[in-house]
Design a protein around this ligand. Sequence first.
Ligand code: T3D
Length: 258
Amino acid sequence: MTILVETGSGYRVITLNRPERLNALTVDMAEALMAALAEAEGDKTCRAVLLTGAGRGFCTGQDLTAIVDASADAISDLLDRYNPLISRLRALRLPVVCAVNGVAAGAGANLALACDIVLAANSASFVQAFARIGLIPDCGGTWFLPRLVGGARARALAMLADPLPAETAAQWGLIWQAVPDDRLMQEAHGLTARLAAGPTAALALVKQALEASAGNDLDGQLDLERDLQAEAAATPDHAEGLRAFLEKRRPAFGGGRS
Ligand code: T3D
């Protein structure tokens, strides 16, 4: 099995599972991931997703052994299979936490960056490895990098293809946090459980609003916020949040979503 799926209380853990190849991606694996995300979203009891890797790596991008003799057309066909995975993660109506347990290289780095909140073990690193093999960052790399770390750092990361240690990645804003290796999974589960107990519909609307902001001017974004806020305001979790505030207690969000 190229991925493993575990159902926890309120969330699912998806583990990339080709540890002998540092979880390098194959089309089968991308399709299995797509199916697992669809199942998570379709299960009303699932309110968050945690993505991680088995073994000492997170994911080293395309399995290079599979493309040794591939034509340029075959490579672009391959990206037609991977790109929907990146779009799906961004549009998923559930928060996705990524626990980067080791090296994240090539498309594997950008798979991590497509998630909502990225935690990494201190020993992990992020490598836009593409230039090492004469390619350009794909799977959203050229979109995520300048937005997360600015143009100067994006260019150096993409052109030099040097590993960026997790702690620097956190300092630069590429990821949320770097944590000691032995605390990574505990922290990641804690964060995912916290999100799973949150106002699920509102969190999905947060994703939608932030995603749209990249293509909107301020007026457009203000209009979108007004519309999405009306949707959030109509949820039982908003009513519960207000009641909890007035009653000076913690809210018990049901996470109802359409
Ligand atoms: O081109 C297209 O089809 C379009 C799509 C492109 C998307 C992409 O992701 S392109 C970028 C692909 N990824 C890379 O270029 C990274 C390749 N890997 C590495 O450079 C190194 O493995 C790392 C720097 C990430 C880690 O190095 P290290 O020394 O910690 O581990 P290692 O010994 O290189 O790897 C362990 C094993 O995993 C090794 O196999 P072996 O020798 O024990 O049998 C290695 O070959 C294998 N492995 C690691 N990454 C890949 C891989 N095998 C196939 N494909 C990989 N991506």
